[in-house]
Design a protein around this ligand. Structure first.
Ligand SMILES: [Fe+2]
Length: 328
C-alpha cells in the first residue's frame, strides 16, 4: 500500500494535480472493512445480454462492419485526479480517434472527494482535454461525493461542461429515427426529491416515443461490489423500468465492472472503473460478466440492437454484449 501511495503521489505531482484529497480517500477506502467475496468464476469475455430469453439462445453476431446509427461512451467514479483516471482518459481518447463517439455519459462521483467545483479543472477538464477540444459533450449526474461541498450539487449543475439541465433530466440523441435513444439522467442520492423524480420519470417514460430508452444514475440497483445491491432503490426504480420497457440502466458507485443478464427486461451494468480506487467484486446468479479494473464503455446503437463494449486502459475490449430491443 505504501508503494502504491508513493507511486500515486509521484504520478499526481508529475501531472500537476492536487493529490492530497485523493490520497486521503485512497487510505480511507483501503482501511474500510471490505466484504469478503469469492473470486469471480471463469467467464466468457463476450456474451449476449438479450432482453428476450429466446434470443439468448440464438447466435447473434457481436462483430459487425455495419456503422452504428449512434455511438456513445460512458464512465463513472472517474473524477479522482489519479494516474488511473488519466490512463482511462487516454484509452478513451485513443478509442475515439479510431471510432468516434458523439458524447459521454458520466454517472457520478465526477469530482472527489467532496464535489468541489474548484477541482473541475484538474479532475475533469485536464484528463478529458482532447475529447473536450473535439466538442465531445459529457452528460453528468450527481454521485454521493458530488453533493458534499458543492451547495448540494448545485455548483456542478451550474457548471456548463457537465450539461446538466437539472438534478434529473432527459435528452434524446440520434439523427435517424430508428436509432434514436432517449436518456433519462437521475439523481439517485438519498436526499433527492424522490417523490417528484419518480413521478417525472414515470411520466417521461410514458411519453417517450424513442425506440431505445436508457436510464442512468450513480447508484446501482444490483451489484456484487463493496456497496452491493440496493433493495430500497430497486423497489423505487425497477417497477418503473419494467413498466416502460427500459432497455438499460447504467451506474457506478461500486468501483469496477459488472454486467447482469436482463432482469425483467432491463440490462443492468455497473461501470465504476473510471479512476477511483477499485473495489473487490463477487458475483451473483444474475451476473453475466464481472471484472474489477479501470475501464470505460462504448455503445454502438443500431435499429435492432445495441452492442456494448467494456474497454480497459490498454484499449482492449474485455467484455462485449448485445442488448436487443424485444422484451418478452
Ligand atoms: Fe459513489
Amino acid at each position: 500500500m505504501k508503494r502504491r501511495q508513493l507511486l500515486f503521489a509521484i504520478g499526481g505531482a508529475l501531472i500537476g494535480v492536487p493529490v492530497i484529497g485523493a490520497l486521503i480517500y485512497d487510505a480511507i477506502a483501503k482501511s474500510k472493512n471490505q466484504t469478503t467475496y469469492e473470486p469471480a468464476a471463469a467467464q466468457s469475455p463476450t456474451s449476449v445480454a438479450s432482453n428476450n430469453l429466446a434470443d439468448a439462445n440464438n447466435e447473434i453476431s457481436l462483430e459487425t462492419t455495419e456503422e452504428p446509427l449512434l455511438r456513445f461512451a460512458a464512465i463513472a467514479d472517474n473524477g479522482f485526479g489519479s494516474p488511473d483516471q488519466f490512463a482511462v482518459a487516454k484509452a478513451m481518447w485513443e478509442t475515439y480517434q479510431q471510432k468516434p463517439y458523439a458524447f459521454v455519459l458520466m454517472a457520478g462521483d465526477n469530482i472527489y472527494s467532496y464535489g468541489e467545483i474548484k477541482l473541475a479543472k484538474a479532475y475533469f477538464e485536464e484528463p478529458y482535454a482532447p475529447l473536450l477540444k473535439e466538442n465531445v459533450k459529457f452528460y453528468a449526474v450527481l454521485g454521493n461525493h458530488d453533493i458534499i461541498k458543492s451547495n448540494n450539487g448545485l455548483d456542478q449543475i451550474n457548471y456548463k461542461p457537465f450539461n446538466m439541465s437539472d438534478r434529473y433530466y432527459s435528452f434524446t440523441q440520434g439523427d435517424v429515427k430508428e436509432g434514436t435513444v432517449e436518456f433519462f439522467a437521475l439523481d439517485t442520492n438519498s436526499n433527492a426529491a424522490w417523490e417528484a423524480q419518480l413521478t417525472w420519470l414515470d411520466q417521461q417514460l410514458a411519453k417517450s416515443t424513442a425506440p431505445w430508452k436508457i436510464v442512468y444514475g450513480h447508484h446501482p440497483l444490483y451489484s456484487s461490489g463493496r456497496h452491493g445491491s440496493n433493495p430500497e432503490l430497486a423497489a423505487k426504480l425497477a417497477p418503473i423500468f419494467a413498466k416502460h420497457k427500459v432497455h438499460l440502466y447504467l451506474c457506478g458507485h461500486d468501483h469496477g465492472y459488472e454486467r447482469f443478464n436482463a432482469i425483467n427486461g432491463t440490462t443492468y451494468i455497473v461501470n465504476g472503473g473510471g479512476g477511483a480506487p477499485l473495489y473487490k467484486f463477487g458475483r451473483s446468479p444474475q451476473t453475466a460478466f464481472v471484472s474489477s479494473q479501470f475501464s470505460f464503455m462504448t455503445f454502438d446503437v443500431y435499429q435492432d440492437k445495441i452492442i456494448t463494449k467494456a474497454i480497459a486502459t490498454d484499449g482492449k475490449v474485455f467484455d462485449r454484449s448485445i442488448i436487443t430491443k424485444t422484451i418478452a
